[in-house]
Design a protein around this ligand. Structure first.
Ligand code: HEC
Length: 119
């Protein structure tokens, strides 16, 4: 009897611990948030369906490039016909994910740099 009581003292409190729910921890959420603008909802819903939106945001292409990427996914990967949604989707992709020149500022001209007397 004493033995049983001792066991209960240790095990009892454990039973009161909340059961950890696995369902919330196993869901992987897409943390990519597209910049606001017309077409964002369309791109989020249509282009985030099969893969992360990171695939979209990591890429840059002009309008034709995005169009041919869409065709490629339609031919090879089961992307559905976008119909009237295609134009606003292309507008958004072209506006936000066109090729960029360079994110860096141009180098400072030599005559503007301080003169350093380094032997
Ligand atoms: C029906 C599923 C599906 C939908 C919806 C979808 N894609 Fe894809 N997409 C794919 C698959 C499959 C790949 C290839 C993934 C890989 O290579 O791992 C892919 C790859 C890509 C890539 C990477 C291409 C590369 O060169 O690696 C980009 C960019 C992309 N998709 C953009 C989009 C855009 C924009 C949309 C919305 C118009 C979209 N996807 C909707 C299935 C889809």
């Amino acid at each position: 009897m004493r033995f049983l009581l001792t066991i209960l003292c240790f095990v009892g409190p454990l039973l009161a611990l909340p059961v950890r729910s696995e369902s919330t921890s196993s869901i992987t959420r897409d943390t990519v948030i597209l910049p606001p603008g017309e077409g964002r909802v369309l791109v989020t819903s249509q282009c985030g369906y099969c893969h992360s939106l990171a695939l979209v945001t990591q890429n840059r292409a002009d309008r034709e490039g995005w169009r041919s990427l869409i065709r490629w996914m339609q031919e090879k990967h089961g992307l559905w016909e976008l119909g009237t949604l295609e134009t606003p989707i292309l507008d958004y992709l072209e506006k936000h994910y066109s090729p960029k020149e360079s994110g860096r500022r141009p180098p400072i001209a030599g005559h503007l740099l301080p003169k350093l007397d380094i032997p």
